[in-house]
Design a protein around this ligand. Structure first.
Ligand SMILES: [Zn+2]
Length: 316
């Protein structure tokens, strides 16, 4: 059994997105319920939930954007930058809590307090760009975590594996010019799935050339297609890179029940994908792995997939 951290806090449900918005507080309620029912929450060690130091945010995001985000919340705006990115007056502080918690999770792993962790945070982060919000995301949590590992812990080879059905554009753009992060994303093909980036030809720029790997999946790709992508593309790239830390951007919206994209993964797919990443972490970096919730909008599919993900982290 691994020592697994869990970053659960009811305050992440206080980010209100309004009626009919798929990225809703009930997602975390469904996750909390299933983890409690299966006694997985008590098997995990709680991760400290605390607001991020703004210096860490400004390493990833432009200060003028963050100020704009703060003011939009303070003045009661319904969204920031795009109508998808719905906010409420509390969103700014909750986003700071989520980002701080992402950093606390990697710190706890580096301190040896836990082996791995799952962070069901809201708002999500991987679409957030340097200077603007996109796709429900305001602060890029996983980018802050990777930056922490580089700046504070001195690591030089971080793997970010993003299996959310949407391309992690913000994360890719943050690190595309550095070899210190290998960004691998499996997502619905950009010609038919938001945000329209993540083509195979995007392989990184400058010193980061070759350290971005996009694997666009065609409509109705299923478990077999994902297994082939892991075998043929994901694993060879990771073996060459030999990461010192594994970060997983775990959206659960490639599930066949999910309403946002036409990819047909099963709940069980999230079990073996977790096992694969746990195995990579064991072979290369002493089991060090932290995963972050991104999407996942069918409550039952999300809850079941998350439960399996956490079970497999505990089994590591
Ligand atoms: Zn998504």
């Amino acid at each position: 059994m691994a020592k697994t951290g869990l970053a659960q806090d009811e305050r992440f449900q206080q980010h209100l997105t309004g009626p009919g918005h798929p990225e809703r507080p009930e997602r975390l309620e469904a996750i909390a319920n299933v983890l409690a029912e299966r006694k997985l929450d008590e098997a995990c060690k709680p991760i400290d939930v605390s607001p991020v130091d703004m210096k860490a945010v400004h390493r990833i995001h432009r200060q003028s954007y963050i100020n704009r985000f703060m003011r939009a919340c303070e003045t009661g705006q319904p969204f920031i930058d795009v109508p998808d990115s719905a906010i409420c007056p509390e969103t700014y502080w909750i986003a700071r809590l989520a980002a701080g918690t992402a950093i606390n999770a990697v710190d706890a792993v580096m301190a040896g307090e836990i082996d791995n962790a799952f962070c069901p945070l809201r708002p999500p982060g991987h679409h957030a760009e340097h200077d603007r919000s996109m796709g429900f995301c305001m602060i890029n949590n996983i980018a802050l975590a990777a930056r922490r590992l580089i700046d504070h812990h001195g690591l030089t080879r971080i793997l970010i594996l993003d299996w959310d059905v949407h391309h992690g554009n913000g994360t890719q753009h943050t690190f595309e010019a550095t070899p210190q992060v290998l960004f691998i994303s499996l997502h619905g093909h950009p010609t038919f799935v938001y945000p329209g980036t993540g083509y195979e030809t995007e392989r990184g720029v400058g010193e980061g050339a070759g350290h971005t790997l996009n694997i666009p999946m065609l409509p109705h790709s299923n478990d077999d297609d994902y297994r082939r992508a892991f075998d043929d593309k994901v694993h060879p790239e990771i073996e060459r890179y030999a990461p010192q830390f594994v970060l997983v951007d775990a959206g659960f919206d490639a599930h066949r029940m999910d309403p946002l994209a036409p990819i047909d993964l099963e709940t069980s797919s999230y079990g073996w994908m977790t096992d694969r990443m746990v195995d990579v972490a064991k072979r290369h970096c002493g089991g060090r792995l932290v995963s972050f919730l991104e999407g996942g909008y069918h409550l039952q599919a999300l809850a079941d997939s998350v439960a399996l993900h956490v079970e497999r982290l505990l089994d590591a």
